[in-house]
Every structure is written in structure tokens, then in C-alpha cells.
Design a protein around this ligand. Sequence first.
Ligand code: AHR
Length: 493
Amino acid sequence: MVKIGINPKETKGTISRYLYGQFAEHLGRCIYEGIWVGPDSPIPNTEGYRNDVLEALKKLQIPVLRWPGGCFADEYHWMDGIGPKSQRARMINNHWGGVEENNHFGTHEFLRLCELLETEPYINGNVGSGTVREMQQWVEYMTFDGESPMASLRKENGRGEPWRLPFFGVGNENWGCGGNMRPEYYADLYRQYSSYVRNYGDNRVYKIACGPNTDDYRWTEVLMREAHHLMDGLSLHYYTLPTGNWQGSKGSSTEFGVDEWFATMKNTLYMEELIVKHSAIMDKYDPEGKVGLIVDEWGGWYDVEPGTNPGFLYQQNTLRDALIAGVNLNIFHKYSKRVKMANIAQVVNVLQAMVLTEGDKMLLTPTYHVFDMFKVHQDAELLDVEFESPMYKHGSQMIPQLSVSASVDRKGAIHISLCNLHHAVSASVTCELNGVAGREVSGTMLTHSALNAHNTFRRPDELAPVPFTGAKLEDDWLHAELPPASVVVLTLK
Ligand code: AHR
């Protein structure tokens, strides 16, 4: 029996909705086919965006969408993607499969997508191969109201009003695909480039500097030391690989055993240590917590589906990914004082996606369902949760078996998200609610008897949330029996 103390009178700050952000890169079938099919496509669409995907993503209440990369961002020249489509420059997508990019999806198409999804844009600029002038002009093009060369060009291309641009990234992975830079060099470039990312009119840009890869604490140290006063956010990228190793096979997304299940859980929990250690460095230079840690790439990364282009990063998504999603979202809540945004990679058809498409078919992944179940936490107040997790032992190793987070929303409803990481052992949980007696409890659960359960185009609902009936309220106590390998969200009203 696990005792969890939840104190509804003690809130610990707001869980920013931006922790539920998404990422869409020009990579494989994410943008083309996955989101954009063009207005002439036989696939039902609105202005060229596929209707099924729009509808599914709208339901998720995506707060922010990052684009155009990723590694693609530092090869992207935005002027190639504006004006009449037939005249747009073509390029090779060198990072991702070496395929042709026709630039039919550019700035206007992305910002229109954000309008349709009612989400906020986070655009990632090009430092690796772009100029300061190019970056300055892009921001002017999107946000300048009044007469200016870039505002006139925007108007010529059919958009009179400026857009609101709340988030802008100054380069991506500049320690790797974005230029293989040293932190000292990038810190200087950040200072230079970011100076020209201007606030026009009443648009205020939240500037995000390229942050560390995983445990590169020196990168964080140098960036914070040299430039923290010029940035609003510093990114962190960490992917969960079952092997924990970028060399060789990363393992199959669907064919895995208990060893890989356990290793994946262990590796995904490592996110907490990374946040704690990078935050400690940030605290040194920014004790008031003005600079947000922006986890703008995270999620599970496996070998691509057999027979698909290795450069397209197309993978399936199982119950294991549902646990990855739940565990990481709970971690982000816990550190929401410093972690101000997170963007899972990626939204459609790439890595740990929300939806997968094949021709005119679309399916919702287990990760989609977790984001849907957890969305009640967006902008809710984080509650203090006290508990000691039982341990999940496997061979000589052990990790916590449970991940728990709780919040109270604006209407006073309490939401508790629980993940049982153990592949075979259920968990009896008792929550002491400290004064919320007299409420009703309801819940939703995602689980399956097969650890590798997943949705296919033939069986799109193999893994879908069901009502959770295993919770009982007795006075000030809430009892719940969590099956092995499950994600549960309870609501007390
Ligand atoms: O999300 C896929 C890739 O992973 C991104 O392009 C890059 O930033 C990261 O290495």
C-alpha cells in the first residue's frame, strides 16, 4: 500500500500550459503528407491542411508549436518559402533523407496552421548557415506593423496584418547539426543574433538560446555566464533511448522485452536528474529564475519502422510510449518553476508522434491519449504531493515504481495523474486528501495486457483510454488500484 499525501491548500505555482507544447519539423512525413497535403489533394483538407489531423490536434489544445526544426532550422532560408508556390526555390533536405523540399509550406502556411489550431507559434531561426540580416528580416516580416520593406513584402504576399510571434529560437543544436560550435563561440553568436530579434509594435518575443545536449553541463555554464541577461529561455534536448546509446541499433519500437521496458523507464526518469542539475547551474547566474529551461525536444527514439526511409524517423508508438509521456509530463510539472516550456518530438509521423498517417488514414497513438488525458493540468495550480514510491526492481537495478502529480484547476477540480511503471506488479494507492471530503471521483485509464500494445491502421483503437473504476473515496481518503504498466488520471469534483 502506497500512501500519498496531497495538500489542496498548498499550491506550488502554475503548471504552464506550454509544458504541453509540440514540435513540427520538415522531416520525413511530418509536414508534407502528415499536416499539409495541398488544397488539390483528394485527402479531405481545409486550405491544404488535412482535416483529420487538424481535428485531432485541435482537441489536444496544443498551446505552442515549434517549427521548422530541429536540424532543418539551421539550413532553412525563410525567403525560399514565401510568395507564389510555383516560384519558390527548391532545396535538398540534407539532414533528413536527402529528399527535395519544395518550400510549399513556409511562413504563411505555418502561421495559418497555428491560427487553425489556436496555438502559439514558436519559430526557430537559422544561426548555423543564416545571416544576422536574414534573422532580423524574418522577425520584421512577421511582426512589423506599418511601413517597412519587409512589411510591404508580407502585404504583397497576401497578409496585411502582422502576426503575433511570441517565441523565437536563436539556432538549434548549435553544438551539433547547427554548426558544431563550442559554447564560447555560440554564446557570442547568440549575443549578436539575438540583438536583432526585435520587438516591433507591441509584439514581445521570448528569445530562446540553444541550450545543452543531455548532460553537457559546461554548455549551460558558459551560456548562462556569458548571455543569461539577453535570453528568456535556454533549451534542453534529451531523448529516451532504450539502449541509452546513439551508436548502433536503438531497438525496435514494438518488438521489445521486459529488459528493454525497464531500461526505457530508467532512461526516461533520467530527465529529472538533468533538469535538477541544469537548473542548479541556472540558479547560480539567475537566482530569480527569470530564464526558463525549455525542453524543446524530448521523447522516445527507436529504430525506424522496417522498410521505411531511415532518414524519416517514422516509428510506432506503444504502451511504453504512453508511460514515457506520463512520466515526463509529471516531471515537468514538478519543476515548473524553472521549466517553462516543453515540446515533444514530434507531432505527426516522426519519433514519438501524436498521430500517424498512411494515405488518407490517420490513427491516434497512445502518446496522444496521454496528452489528452493530462491536458486538465494545463495552467492549473500544482499541488504539493508527498509520497515515497515503492521500488521497481529488475535484476540488480531499481527505480521508483510510481510517478504522481496533482493540480487544482480554476474551477476547483483536483486532478491526479499516476503512472505505474512496473511491467507486472499493480500498485495499491491511498491518497490522503487533507480536507476535500464530500467530492466525487472519476477517472480515465490507459493500459493493456501487452506491453507493446499499439494502434495500427487496421486496429486503430487497440489501445484507447477507458473509464477507471478502481478508485473509491472514503471520507478524506482516496483508494485506487493501479494495474501494471498503466497511466491513470483521476478527477475530484
Ligand atoms: O527531432 C529530430 C532531431 O533531433 C532534430 O532535428 C534535432 O534537433 C535533434 O537532434
